[in-house]
Design a protein. Structure first.
Length: 265
């Protein structure tokens, strides 16, 4: 079943707006403890504004990013909501008028994802995760998450967000393969455990952390399974590990937990 990412972006953004409008501006976001509700609103506004700009300018190369001048954050809830509505409308309009295969800049090293289509995919998931943040902020039960969208979210996290290692790093595989299983959609993903290390040749930034690398197949020593939305939220540090079924090597399972703690926020 194919996904209409633009439609999902609109739907998730509306759910986000509804929840955030019901929050107190100073309410803490439990899944992003450094933010209050207005910080969360400002964040998604900036994200959607930025990618609408990348699409519409158009930005095809990293060298063009210096020409993008971000607007000042709006002051007050009403102004923030107005800014969000404007940024969201511009993003949807830009996606609607741009061919999915059109080349656009993207931070991932995979050139196949440097497209308007991947921007739509990424922004649908961005809106989904932050509407969950907004719902949790008002202590509202998480509203329905499309299992197909959630399964695609798991795929993106494992293959792109965690699998897209910088070119200046080296992945050293260790003994251990773990499989993730979505029991409601039938999807599964396999990762090799290891360690990521390296030093950026220009900035001097260093990396030395527990990591995972997606692979096409392999015999797992541990398995993590649950409904697609449970896996998706947990991989984004929005869910409880206890909601998932785990079996196999406990060291391997802890390796996955450690990799997520270092790799996604």
């Amino acid at each position: 079943m194919s996904l209409d990412f633009r439609a999902q972006l609109e739907h998730q953004s509306q759910l986000f707006r509804t929840a955030i409008e019901a929050s107190e501006p100073s309410a803490r976001v439990p899944t992003c403890p450094d933010w209050n509700a207005d910080d969360l609103l400002a964040h998604l506004t900036e994200v959607q504004w930025f990618w609408s700009t990348v699409l519409a300018t158009p930005v095809r190369h990293a060298s063009q990013l210096a020409d993008i001048h971000r607007p000042e954050r709006a002051d007050g809830r009403d102004a923030l909501l107005s800014a969000f509505d404007d940024a969201h409308a511009k993003l949807c309009d830009a996606l609607g008028s741009t061919d999915v295969g059109a080349a656009r800049w993207m931070w991932t090293r995979d050139p196949g994802l440097h497209t308007a289509g991947y921007i739509a995919r990424r922004q649908a998931h961005e809106a989904l995760i932050h509407r969950v943040d907004a719902e949790l902020t008002i202590a509202q039960p998480i509203s329905h998450i499309d299992p197909v969208l959630a399964a695609d979210g798991v795929d993106e996290i494992l293959r792109v967000m965690l699998g897209g290692h910088p070119e200046w790093t080296t992945f050293a595989a260790q003994d251990g393969i773990v499989r993730f299983e979505a029991v409601d959609t039938g999807d599964n993903w396999t990762v090799h455990l290891g360690r990521l290390a390296g030093t950026h040749p220009e900035s001097g930034e260093t990396v030395d952390e527990t990591s995972m690398l997606p692979i096409d197949s392999g015999e797992p020593i541990a398995t993590i399974s649950g409904r697609a939305w449970e896996l998706d939220l947990w991989l984004w540090n929005r869910g409880d590990f206890d909601m998932l079924e785990r079996s196999g090597d406990t060291v391997a399972l802890q390796h996955v937990v450690d990799a997520l703690a270092e790799g996604l926020n």
